[in-house]
Design a protein around this ligand. Structure first.
Ligand SMILES: [Zn+2]
Length: 62
């Protein structure tokens, strides 16, 4: 799991877009996938970003 890369991507997007971003990895070369794939979530002001992200993870679980 590449949380480090995810953090860099989210941090860079935050700077560019001036919006809070969260990145989560949905496939990972380190875990046997062909490549690392990140899903980016943009957060609006006042939104509970972490909560939305956790709900997305639950919904996307295979
Ligand atoms: Zn990865």
């Amino acid at each position: 799991m590449c949380w480090f890369e995810g953090g860099i991507i989210a941090g860079a997007l935050e700077k560019i877009l001036k919006k809070k971003c969260l990145a989560r990895e949905i496939s990972c070369a380190g875990l046997g996938d062909d490549y690392c794939e990140f899903e980016i979530k943009f957060c609006n002001k006042g939104e509970n970003c972490e909560k939305i992200m956790m709900e997305n993870i639950k919904n996307n679980k295979k």
